[in-house]
Design a protein around this ligand. Structure first.
Ligand code: CP
Length: 316
């Protein structure tokens, strides 16, 4: 699906769809083990998994969670993080392909956050010895979905027979969520305003990857989407780079706020999920955000453990 195909299957992680069958389950198992082992510090079995390897970080957009957790992950696996200025993702000083071919001589992996998914794909295709990891692009946010799936696994065990609702913008975070959940047997209900739905291609990809009878259904009414589900997920109405659309989006998404009434339509004990940062009073009320249903900081913590597992699986 990527515009420039990765050079080697399993080399890069630009999308949840880059995981071959069974990898997601294995990765979550490894992440859970690493989370338990963290108390061992430098005595953890994976404390030298990277063996001093360098990992470059190239971020075109702001980041708290992704940047911090990747840097800590690299360090806790015995590697070194190298922060590159964002200008190297512009392709103006030299072509992106040449940047990639330089980097592969020095570092094992590139963690990239970019406005253009195609740039990550160019880096991946240009350098056969460089593992490229998507730390959020305009199209996908696969590292977030890994943390979200670990959070659900901790709460539910097997996802088989569970359903989550995604209410809001059909954006990069939603894409990766809907790629991941059905692979674990979790059904997905989607509710977005007209014109802001996930692309039909993404829904088809999610359906093709579904296991254990999981389904993907779209709704116009967020209340119908949330009815009886085990978790309600949302994301900001205006993502980075869309600031000029803020007022228009507030108007369009007004009926798609996750509030107490929406959570009441879900099953008893349903979880509230958000990748953060959250805008209280827009996509979620402060009441829901601060409620016992909210697992948003578990999701944030699990960014670290899942990215450690990802790095270990790709690089070790
Ligand atoms: N959820 C997430 O990716 O957070 P950051 O933008 O802070 O990295």
């Amino acid at each position: 699906m990527n515009p420039v195909a990765p050079a080697t299957p399993g080399k890069d992680f630009l999308s949840i769809l880059d995981l071959v069958r069974g990898d997601l389950d294995r990765l979550l198992g490894l992440a859970a083990q690493m989370k338990a082992d963290r108390r061992l510090g430098t005595r953890a079995p994976t404390a030298d998994a990277l063996g001093g390897a360098h990992v470059a970080m190239l971020f075109e957009k702001p980041s708290l969670r992704t940047r911090s957790t990747f840097e800590i992950a690299v360090r806790e696996l015995g590697g070194h993080a190298l922060h590159l200025p964002a200008e190297f993702a512009q392709g103006t000083r030299e072509p992106l392909e040449d940047v990639a071919r330089n980097l592969e001589r020095w570092v094992r992996a590139l963690v990239i956050r970019t406005f253009a998914h195609r740039k990550a794909a160019i880096f991946a295709a240009a350098a056969s010895d460089l593992h490229v990891i998507n730390a959020l692009s305009d199209e996908e946010h696969p590292c977030q979905a890994l943390a979200d799936m670990l959070t659900l696994r901790e709460r539910w065990g097997s996802g088989r027979g569970r359903t989550l609702a995604y209410v809001g913008d059909g954006n990069n975070t939603a894409t990766s969520l809907v790629h991941a959940a059905p692979q674990l047997g979790i059904s997905v209900h989607l509710a977005s305003p007209p014109g802001y739905e996930l692309p039909a291609r993404v829904v088809d990809e999610a359906i093709r990857g579904a296991r254990d009878g999981a389904s993907v259904r779209s709704f116009r009414d967020p209340r119908q989407a949330a009815a009886g589900v085990d978790a309600v997920c949302t994301d900001v109405w205006t993502s980075m780079g869309q600031e000029a659309e803020t007022e228009e989006r507030r108007r369009v998404f007004a009926g798609f706020q996750v509030d107490a009434a929406l959570m009441a339509a879900a099953a008893r004990g349903a979880l509230f999920m958000h990748c953060l940062p959250a805008h209280r009073g827009e996509e979620v009320t402060a009441e829901v955000f601060e409620s016992d249903a909210s697992v948003v900081f578990d999701q944030a913590e699990n960014r670290l453990h899942t990215q450690k597992a990802l790095l270990a699986m790709l690089l070790a």
